[in-house]
Ligand binder design. Sequence first.
Ligand code: C2E
Ligand code: MG
Ligand code: MG
Ligand code: MG
Length: 284
Amino acid sequence: KAKEMGRDHYCFFSADMQAQSSRLLRIENGLRTAIAQGEMSLHFQPQWRVHDRRMVGVEALLRWTHPELGVVGPAEFIPVAESSGQIIDIGLWVLDTALACLRRWRDAGHTDLTVAVNLSLAQFRHPDLVEVVQKALQRAGVPAEVLELELTESIAMHEPEKAIACVRALADLGVQLSLDDFGTGYSSFSYLQRLRVHRLKIDQSFVRNLDTARGMSIVRAIVEMSRSLGLATIAEGVETPHQLEALAGLSCDMVQGYHLSRPLPVPALEALLEQRALASDIAA
Ligand code: C2E
Ligand code: MG
Ligand code: MG
Ligand code: MG
């Protein structure tokens, strides 16, 4: 009987795995033509400065609508693109598209707005990254200071010494660097001091725990450590008024999350930019 059950279980598992691998194959194949066929787009999630409640930045987040699979999230397709090497072309498209949007917003008067672009491990390790970024800035005609590049703590820790050199080279261009998903990796105080990013993005798992005393002390510790290292902080995944209040009380510099705004398609973001001066509803 146990044997029968085992066999059933095996069959079930195998069918499941087959479905999964065919989905992965379709994703990998679909990615080859996704950009050319106009299936990719960027959404932009606003970022607010806490002390004067001004929206001062946006993070570019990649969106893909597959012709048959429908919307496929970046958490699913970025790893596929990463292992197939397609992330290099896709990443360049993201950079160019985000900077072209920023150029348009700057031309409309929003010259203090920054745009943050996520880097993948393969992009970060690519020997031409600095040149690629420099050329993209030139093509778009925007100054380096308004571009922010996000690398995750785990990307940085993949090759810690190389990351230090690479961050330095990018910072020398004038771009801002932030450490995404901070707190989920293993960087030490001394490593952070040497890495020289400008900003830590407090991972949403910590923000979610702000309702507890223990969660509060962890975020307080991160903010205080950042300050002593001369780094700014931004909390991601802010979903409730209470979390926002707690972060303001802890003097976190910036906030981003569904409570303030979801990632928006370009027209909605542009509408928000237009009323930016009036957007004092952050604590609503
Ligand atoms: P991330 O860079 O840490 O981005 C934050 C993710 O949290 C985004 O998911 C965003 O939509 C989501 N988010 C924002 N506010 C909230 C909130 O209040 N609550 C919750 N639960 N989630 C919130 P998304 O867009 O699905 O992206 C997932 C990840 O995929 C990103 O994490 C990033 O690592 C990666 N990614 C997205 N776009 C790109 C890209 O252009 N290039 C690369 N290399 N990676 C990207
Ligand atoms: Mg990010
Ligand atoms: Mg993050
Ligand atoms: Mg993340």
